[in-house]
Design a protein around this ligand. Structure first.
Ligand code: BES
Ligand code: MN
Ligand code: ZN
Length: 508
């Protein structure tokens, strides 16, 4: 979809549709007021008849509105003006876009970007409008032979910017939004692709593709024999039941100062998680194709960074495996020696994410990272704790927690902190090895992070548990969300603003 910005009057727009807001109860937004005026109170009279209360997401499509030059006017309910927050704004945009798409307008000029959203400026409103519009239009039909083709699909949206002098910052926001939206789509497509297509080798090929696509990229793929030589035995243990060869994917984007320590992003890439010998129940097991959403998110994020040409050094590491039972599979009670040298008693083969991650996190040490962030659909317990709204965030470095929470809030891709206290570590005591791979029923997300924390002592680290947020499974909304690409990309944008500020001030 194409997005443009302009600064103009709603009644002057020669367009298939002009979209304006109506607040509850039946109160016209600024743009709607102008149309009302030129149409001799046409909108007022419709509202007076009670056709639109202005509830959030309500829509009313009008034709032949006097005094205007557009084919249609779409009124969109915005709720009470004082309640217009981030979520409300996104909901309004989503409904507007879907209505346009379904009612034959192939392009539109949208004035909802002028609404007054609490605490946000035009740059934020444009960013969110474009990202939300892209999400609203997303479909995954690669594997359908009959594509649902629209006769008159929505192709182009122009968002209005009320003040002409704000056009430059709105343009910058629009640029960032389009790049982020592309990366979200990249991640969604990869996540939605089932495990008979999306194998560890497929993920490796995707990484290689990115490498060819962008400057400053280099890529390295470690194969089974490399992994054996290096001693990533925890990763190999998980992979041992599968016919699919494991991969460790390393993708570097080096566009910062030569001596600047990199930011390392580690993404869980279990292309299918059956649970292994500790096999999962059949119900909803198909969802375990999404167990590589962490991998998709870090690949998406590093490509967003490249698209935005951020002046940073970033390394994505993706341990990619399939977790299946077989005669060769690792068994409960088996003890393996991880890359770090610590021995692990595998009590439950379904706690496989932390096993591949612990070796990838140890591997990350060699890059002397400034920051390491891992992203993983790690625990069902995280869905119990936070539902489908927030990522679980745990970190050994408080300033990093603060920055990630902030980036999440700004991007509408929120995380929430859970405690990573020493108190929980004893749940991982093993009778036979240095550590057990599960910590019992209590605080499942925290003990999973506690396990990882034993492998991240040499650097500043944060863990995002995205088990609840990576995909939706409701009737209405199904499939990958592309999260946390917006959060991570925002974090990197904020980091590079810092870089640029330091440069300007002539600091070290
Ligand atoms: N991939 C799952 C976590 C998961 C569950 C993600 C549901 C999304 C939805 C992970 O590998 C897993 O199986 N975790 C176990 C850990 C347990 C054995 C300690 C879990 O959460 O049940
Ligand atoms: Mn599992
Ligand atoms: Zn898993």
């Amino acid at each position: 979809m194409e997005f443009n910005l302009k600064s103009g009057l709603p009644e002057k727009q020669r367009s298939a549709c002009v979209v304006v807001g109506v607040y509850e109860p039946r109160r016209l937004s600024e743009a709607a007021k102008r149309i009302d005026k030129v149409s001799q109170r046409h909108l007022s009279s419709i509202l007076r008849r009670g056709d639109l209360e202005g509830k959030p997401g309500q829509t009313l499509l009008l034709y032949n509105v006097p005094g205007t030059v557009a084919d249609r006017i779409l009124l969109v309910g915005c709720g009470h003006e004082r309640d217009l927050d981030d979520n409300q704004y996104r909901k309004i945009i989503t409904e507007a876009i879907r209505t346009l798409h379904e009612t034959g307008s192939m392009e539109a000029v949208c004035y909802l970007s002028d609404l007054n959203v609490h605490g946000h400026n035009i740059a934020w409103r444009i960013r969110q409008a474009i990202e939300t519009a892209n999400s609203a239009m997303y479909i995954f039909d690669q594997l359908k032979t009959q594509k649902e083709s629209m006769r008159r699909p929505l192709r182009k949206i122009v968002f209005n910017v009320a003040l002409r002098r704000e056009l430059p910052i709105a343009e910058q926001a629009s640029y960032e939004a389009r790049k982020i939206a592309d990366s979200v789509k990249f991640a969604k497509d990869l996540c939605n692709l089932p495990s008979n297509y999306c194998t560890p080798s497929y993920l490796a090929d995707k990484a290689k593709d990115l490498c060819l696509l962008y400057d400053h990229f280099s890529c390295e793929i470690l194969t089974q024999s490399d992994l054996e030589k290096e001693g990533l035995n925890a990763l190999l243990a998980v992979s041992s039941g599968s016919e699919q060869p494991p991969k460790l994917i390393i993708l570097k984007y080096l566009n910062g100062k030569q001596d600047a320590a990199p930011i390392v992003l580690v993404g869980k890439g279990v292309t299918f998680d059956s649970g292994g010998i500790s096999i999962k129940p059949a119900k909803q097991m198909e969802e375990m194709k999404f167990d590589m959403c962490g991998a998709a998110a870090v690949l998406g994020t590093i490509s967003a960074a490249a698209e935005l040409q951020l002046p940073l050094n970033i390394i994505a590491i993706v341990p990619a495996v399939e977790n299946l039972p077989s005669g060769k599979a690792v068994k409960p009670g088996d003890i393996i020696t991880s890359l770090s040298g610590q021995t692990i008693e595998i009590i439950n083969t379904d706690a496989e994410g932390r096993l591949i991650l612990c070796d990838a996190l140890t591997y990350a040490e060699r890059y002397k990272p400034e920051i390491v962030i891992d992203v993983a659909t790690l625990t069902g317990a995280c869905i119990v704790a936070l539902g489908k709204h927030a990522h679980g965030l745990m970190s050994n470095y408080h300033p990093l927690t603060t920055e990630l929470l902030k980036a999440g809030k700004f991007s509408g891709d929120r995380a929430w902190e859970l405690p990573l206290w020493e108190d929980y570590q004893i749940q991982l005591d093993s009778h036979f090895a240095d550590v057990a791979n599960v910590g019992g029923r209590d605080a499942g997300s925290i003990t999973a992070a506690c396990f990882l924390s034993r492998f991240t002592k040499k650097y500043h680290w944060a863990h995002l548990d995205i088990a609840g947020t990576a995909y939706l499974n409701q009737e209405k909304e199904k499939g990958a969300t592309g999260r946390p690409v917006p959060l991570l990309t925002q974090y990197l944008i904020n980091r590079s603003h810092h870089e640029i500020a330091v440069e300007k001030n002539g600091e070290d």
